[in-house]
Write a protein that binds this ligand. Structure first.
Ligand SMILES: NC(=O)c1ccc[n+]([C@@H]2O[C@H](COP(=O)([O-])OP(=O)(O)OC[C@H]3O[C@@H](n4cnc5c(N)ncnc54)[C@H](OP(=O)(O)O)[C@@H]3O)[C@@H](O)[C@H]2O)c1
Length: 360
């Protein structure tokens, strides 16, 4: 893959995926500009920082007339996109928009039906219109960039620096030992994309001038195979000695007990009801792979996560030991040992999310 120095603009660049794109672009020797408010974090060292605020009139004027070989944008709000297209589209060689599989209107099965797009001037940040907003932005980008536009729709992005960490609870919980609540059904399909694989592919795609629309996701496997893969990776790394003691509880029980799915306070990260969300866990990976996406093994992803996050995790998903112990006791029809559970929570190296944590 060509690594000729390029002028790269990352709209975002201060957190997680967009930070990773900027950091890897710098490693490739590109001249990288990061444009955002600087509110979410620091851009990677070596990047030019341009302060913009897409939520205010004239807030992107600092970029007007600049030319870039490759632009990457992670926008979620349609009204934030028109002004950057006006300022930059004519001088952009390649435009990569990071959308989401949440753009698909059907969650239970794999279809290509999308939400009706939100209005182009929508400023609504709410999760209810997230998919419709992504569809609107996709259309705006395609309209303005034509055959210079690449739209990718990632599923769950996992890895180092994830601010909505749905993966991290499981390796950390496995490392604690004891009886662990595992949410059924065992064969429920799950899939993810490693943030490093995704950022690498986006940069390769810009280098190659790849255009069109792709899901950006890895192969799907069952929840049990996913847990086995995490356990085996931790055993391989010497974190665990043996497979964890999992107690599989039924989906009906989880729903009865009103355990929060997916992310947030006292939730089960990665878990969502089946078959209601099976379509979101089984999107096809083959088109992206054929277009150059290289997928790391689960073991590599877990190793990367463990080496960068486990010492100071900032989890936004997971159960407290107290809640988990109470659920297990209810499942077995026994009494929970409240004192022991409280001690486990006090001694934990990580905290599960507070009630105010946003949903993923
Ligand atoms: N995480 C997942 O599992 C997942 C799954 C599917 C799709 N996605 C998509 O993947 C992308 C993830 O992007 P990300 O990791 O970089 O996180 P992000 O939270 O979407 O990042 C937003 C970036 O935009 C900047 N920004 C926000 N408001 C701004 C404003 N008013 N003006 C200028 N800049 C602004 C932020 O910087 P400042 O705050 O510093 O300004 C930040 O750098 C998103 O497009 C998301 O929709 C994520």
């Amino acid at each position: 893959m060509s690594t000729q120095p390029k002028r790269v603009l990352v709209l975002g660049g201060t957190v997680y995926l967009s930070h990773k794109i900027a950091a890897l672009a710098l490693e490739r020797g590109h001249r990288v500009t990061v444009a955002s408010r600087g509110a979410s974090g620091e851009p990677p060292e070596g990047a030019e920082f341009v302060a913009i605020d897409r939520s205010v009139e004239g807030g992107v004027d600092a970029l007007r007339g600049r030319e870039f070989d490759a632009v990457f944008d992670v926008a979620r709000i349609p009204a934030h996109v028109g002004p950057v297209l006006d300022a930059l589209a004519d001088g952009a060689g390649h435009w990569s928009f990071i959308s989401s599989i949440s753009a698909y209107a059907e969650h239970a099965t794999v279809t290509d039906e999308l939400y009706e797009p939100a209005p182009d001037d929508s400023t609504d940040p709410s999760v209810e219109v997230y998919g419709a907003s992504k569809v609107a932005i996709e259309n705006m980008v395609r309209d303005r960039l034509g055959d210079r536009a690449l739209v990718t729709r990632p599923g769950l992005i996992v890895g180092a620096g994830d601010p909505v960490d749905r993966l991290g609870y499981w390796p950390l919980r496995f490392s604690e030992g004891g009886e662990i609540l595992a949410p059924g059904p065992r064969e429920r399909p799950v899939q993810w994309i490693d943030v490093e694989d995704y950022a690498t592919w986006l940069l390769d795609a810009a280098d190659a001038g790849l255009t069109g629309t792709f899901d950006a996701i890895g192969d799907h496997i069952g929840m049990e195979a996913f847990f086995d893969g995490i356990a085996d990776a931790l055993i391989e790394q010497g974190v665990l000695k043996e497979r964890p003691d999992l107690t599989w509880v039924s989906q009906e029980f989880i729903l009865e007990q009103e355990v929060t799915a997916w992310a947030g306070h006292e939730s089960l990260g990665f878990w969502a009801p089946s078959p209601d969300y099976d379509g979101h866990g089984s999107r096809p990976s083959a088109p992206a792979v054929a277009a150059g996406l290289r997928l790391s093994t689960l073991a590599t992803t877990i190793e990367r996560w463990w080496n960068t996050n486990s010492a100071a995790p900032t989890l936004r998903a997971g159960l407290s030991r107290r809640r988990e112990g109470e659920l297990l006791a209810a499942w077995h029809g026994t009494e929970a040992d409240a004192e022991a559970l409280e001690r486990y929570d006090r001694e934990r190296s990580f905290k599960v999310p507070p009630p105010t944590a946003p949903p993923g």
